[in-house]
Design a protein around this ligand. Sequence first.
Ligand SMILES: Cc1cc2nc3c(=O)[nH]c(=O)nc-3n(C[C@H](O)[C@H](O)[C@H](O)COP(=O)(O)OP(=O)(O)OC[C@H]3O[C@@H](n4cnc5c(N)ncnc54)[C@H](O)[C@@H]3O)c2cc1C
Length: 327
Amino acid sequence: MAITMSTDILIVGAGPVGLYGAYCAGFRGLRTVLVDALPECGGQITALYPEKQIRDIAAVPGSRGREVVNALKAQADSFDTEYVLGREAVGLSFASDGRPQVTLSDDTVIDAGAVVVTAGIGTFTPRTLPAGEEFLDRGLSYFVPALDDYADNDVLVVGGGDSAVDWTLALAPIARSVTLVHRRGQFRAHAASVREMYDCGAQIITDAQVVALLGDERVREAHVRVDGEEQPRVHKVDAVVAALGFLSNLGPLAEWGMQLDRRTITVDTRMRTTLDRVYAAGDVTSYPGKVKLMSVGFGEVATAVNNAAVVLDPDLPLFPGHSTDHA
Ligand SMILES: Cc1cc2nc3c(=O)[nH]c(=O)nc-3n(C[C@H](O)[C@H](O)[C@H](O)COP(=O)(O)OP(=O)(O)OC[C@H]3O[C@@H](n4cnc5c(N)ncnc54)[C@H](O)[C@@H]3O)c2cc1C
């Protein structure tokens, strides 16, 4: 096997937890490589809710998803974190001295002292909108990367979950008009957000489905069939946001031989998986009492990295000291 990179800590998954793990590893003076299948850092935040307000991170009373990712990235960048983006970690083997070696989707092999898996819900792909998929990136999108792109647009949002309702709320003050189409009468989204949505000025159409998108080089019209009506309603649109959820898949990680609990990795109190030198943290882990919040993942990855550091050099203390000691 040709080794193409070597590092102390390899972190698989550049979501919020992996980014903070890179800071923790850098703080201990460990060389760190951070791999992600997506072309950008930030995991679920970047892919699904970059504009949403996050209010439950300690000492951050409120910040947009994108700002949280930028801050985490700046923290990781305060050391020499090396990013390998747009490549999936697919295979794991061990050298004769026990060092893990991870193969990426482009056949790069990374030799590491320890691996920390922060793969969240795995690699994820959006559920598609069957009517009009040909307009993807020509007005149809599955995420809202930047709200400003929708300024003065007539936007149609499709879906009934948190993302659809959140996008409707976020777009209403910016877009010329927002119409939300949901195929059921009830929304799965948070009840308070649904109440807010009904007051935000958006047109809400329930028990309805988008049956066709029409246009030229861009989408121009959406045809919406409402239960009980004979003819579809025709909506002039500049943009369609299909927030229909996503399919997540642990993919190749499930074959690495770690003990799994359904789609999560079983860890102990040191965040060790059942494989030597392989740790896990964040949404991907499970143990009794697990709470899936970023703030929990940040603590877990600090535990994972510091325990891995001691395995790499048993003379080192487990406690890394405080950042203020090193200022
Ligand atoms: C709509 C929504 C709103 C939310 N709001 C909040 C909130 O307000 N507060 C809060 O605390 N939490 C919130 N969450 C949950 C929060 O986003 C997650 O807890 C957090 O993203 C978990 O971070 P993570 O780094 O563990 O995983 P993720 O963010 O899922 O990142 C994992 C990364 O690993 C990568 N990956 C997976 N498998 C591989 C592989 N084999 N090779 C390479 N890369 C791989 C993925 O591409 C991804 O980038 C929300 C979630 C959603 C969907």
